[in-house]
Design a protein around this ligand. Sequence first.
Ligand SMILES: [Zn+2]
Length: 54
Amino acid sequence: MAKCPKCGMEVSTPRRSWKMAGRPFRSGKSTELTIGIFDHCRTSFRAVLPERQP
Ligand SMILES: [Zn+2]
């Protein structure tokens, strides 16, 4: 879910999404971010998607 920067509406379904490795912590554990591309108001914007709980 991401907010459209133009109208402020929340768009729930990304057009495209992919996983990206985040910066590893000092402990050596790396994080994984899910990035999504959303379309609304004839514009597209990126947002980091929250981790899905198993
Ligand atoms: Zn919009």
